[in-house]
Design a protein around this ligand. Structure first.
Ligand code: ZN
Length: 161
């Protein structure tokens, strides 16, 4: 069975609770984090259905798409806080932009020059994204934007000052 079939099978076992029927997240929280398969955001942060928005991409970077999602999250769906959560052993911190672009080019035989969000320093990547979010004019709440690092080895989440 392929992964999509398995995921579809799981949907039949899944029933939404009442809390999940409200599209406005109960905790008024949006989390921006990496797509890394080792991060179970709901389990890690104790989030239940209907409680928060989780925006994920490679690296948990504050890309244009991610900022758009946060704008919709706040303006339309009334969230107030943004939690940025990057992590150790992230692929984007392990490769340079040029290396990843080259891998994509070699694998697909197409030119590739898009920015992938690679970083050299994990804390700096969080600080950079916090600055992007705080300066994004289409958010209505920028006073409670906080950044964290999830250490996969120790299972600890620590705030980036
Ligand atoms: Zn990652």
């Amino acid at each position: 069975m392929d992964a999509i079939d398995q995921a579809l099978m799981n949907t039949r076992l899944h029933h939404l609770g009442m809390a999940a029927r409200n599209s406005e997240p109960l905790r008024r929280l949006a989390v921006l984090t990496c797509m890394d398969a080792r991060i179970d955001v709901a389990a890690l942060l104790g989030l239940r259905l209907g409680e928060a928005h989780v925006v994920r991409n490679a690296g948990g970077r504050a890309t244009t798409d991610a900022l758009h999602a946060l704008a919709i999250s706040q303006v339309i769906l009334k969230t107030r806080e943004v939690m940025v959560l990057h992590h150790t052993e992230c692929v984007l911190g392990s490769y340079r932009q040029s290396e990843l672009a080259e891998r994509i080019i070699v694998a697909t035989h197409h030119p590739f020059s898009d920015e992938l969000g690679c970083f050299l320093d994990l804390s700096e990547s969080v600080i950079e994204d916090l600055a992007r979010i705080r300066s994004y004019p289409y958010l209505v709440h920028r006073d409670r934007v906080r950044g964290f690092i999830y250490d996969l080895a120790s299972n600890k989440v620590s705030e980036v000052a």
